[in-house]
Design a protein around this ligand. Structure first.
Ligand SMILES: C[S@@+](CC[C@H](N)C(=O)[O-])C[C@H]1O[C@@H](n2cnc3c(N)ncnc32)[C@H](O)[C@@H]1O
Length: 339
């Protein structure tokens, strides 16, 4: 499926990007797509106050990845606080910030970054609207604690007047056939024909696919969007924020743009987009992905596509004979026999 097909939706009246856009390498008021190679501290200084409707990003987590020097957690947060103060300046009064983070881990101890970031945003006077849980099935297997299978998105607004287009992101109701059983609407459908609010947990328990629609896997080896970036987030995670929190023509800004995921999700829905990234290699990939998007050849995981649910019959789903008497497998085998 190409990008053009996935966004056409006559009910929601979503329009597609109208034409491939020129990618500028610095901000100007006339630009509508900007990809800056350099650090956010330099780039943000070129943006006027009150310009951007949505800042959405996954910042470096201070984990010592290829693109970052690991520093003390205090030094890391001090640097981020300076950047966030600048981001606040460029955010419009009715704008939002979506800050997607996981954990920083040191000597086996876990530091949940969203908790540590919370005060930075609150000191600036922002309002938390949701702490969204992004659950995924795959990741590292821990041996001295439970394996981590979620990260969070802190959604803050600058004021009480903010954009929230709920209808653009509703998901199918579990029981659309439910009707009012008394009162003036007796007998009429009680739900919303556009579906229900997708809630603040963006996940699906695999077998409960019918109940919720937005299962968003993380970008691992077999994900169609995977590039060489070690911490890429999926386009569909950003799409939902773009649709719900901005209108067409608004500016969306990713200060830690990586391989351009936020920019792709923004241009897809006719928003203006800017991003900056300090690593030249990622900037090149981001530019390439944008060009592929405009030509309809960018591999994308279709929005709302169900995560593959094993039937249990696959060879890899079978318990090896030599493990049948071990640990929880014993119980499983017993249950199977009594079924
Ligand atoms: C977690 S990754 C973001 C990945 C991105 N969400 C994507 O899907 O490609 C963080 C990125 O921030 C970049 N970065 C780190 N410090 C930066 C800075 N001061 N200015 C700009 N980019 C920076 C890193 O090189 C890295 O690509």
């Amino acid at each position: 499926m190409n990008s053009q097909q996935r966004t056409t939706d006559p009910i929601m009246n979503l329009s597609l990007f109208e034409a491939p856009r020129q990618i500028e390498n610095q901000y100007s008021p006339d630009a509508d797509l900007v990809l800056y190679h350099g650090v956010v501290q330099e780039f943000v200084a070129t943006i006027p106050d009150n310009t951007v409707s949505l800042i959405i990003t996954s910042p470096p987590y201070n984990l010592g990845k290829d693109y970052e020097d690991r520093v003390s957690i205090k030094a890391y947060l001090d640097t981020q606080a300076e950047v966030i103060a600048q981001l606040y300046r460029v955010l419009k009064e009715d704008g939002s910030i979506c800050w997607q983070v996981g954990n920083f881990v040191e000597d086996g101890e876990v530091y949940p970054l969203d908790i540590l970031y919370y005060d930075i945003f609150k000191k600036l006077g922002l309002f938390l609207r949701n702490r969204i849980i992004w659950h995924f099935e795959h990741g590292l297997h821990a041996s001295k604690r439970f394996s981590g299978r979620y990260e969070t998105i802190l959604w803050f607004t600058k004021s009480d007047e903010y954009i929230f287009n709920l209808d653009a992101v509703r998901v199918p109701s579990k029981y659309p056939g439910k009707r009012h059983f008394k009162g003036p609407n007796k007998g009429k459908p009680s739900g919303n024909p556009l579906g229900k609010n997708p809630s603040d947990i963006w996940q699906v328990v695999a077998q409960d696919w019918e109940a919720e629609i937005w299962d968003i896997p993380n970008v691992k080896a077999n994900h169609p969007e995977k590039t060489i970036h070690p911490c890429q987030y999926p386009v569909e995670l950003v799409e939902r924020c773009v649709l719900a929190l901005t209108d067409e023509g608004d500016w969306i800004f990713d200060p830690y743009a990586g391989v351009g995921t936020s920019l792709i999700a923004s241009v897809m829905y006719n928003r203006r987009a800017m991003g900056c990234e300090k690593e030249a290699e990622y900037v090149d990939i981001a530019r390439g992905r944008l060009h592929s998007f405009f030509s309809g050849t960018l591999p994308l995981r279709p929005l709302g596509k169900p995560v593959y649910v094993p039937t249990g019959k696959e060879k890899v789903a079978q318990i090896p004979d030599e493990w049948k008497d071990v640990g929880p497998n014993r119980l499983l085998e017993k249950k199977r026999r009594y079924k």
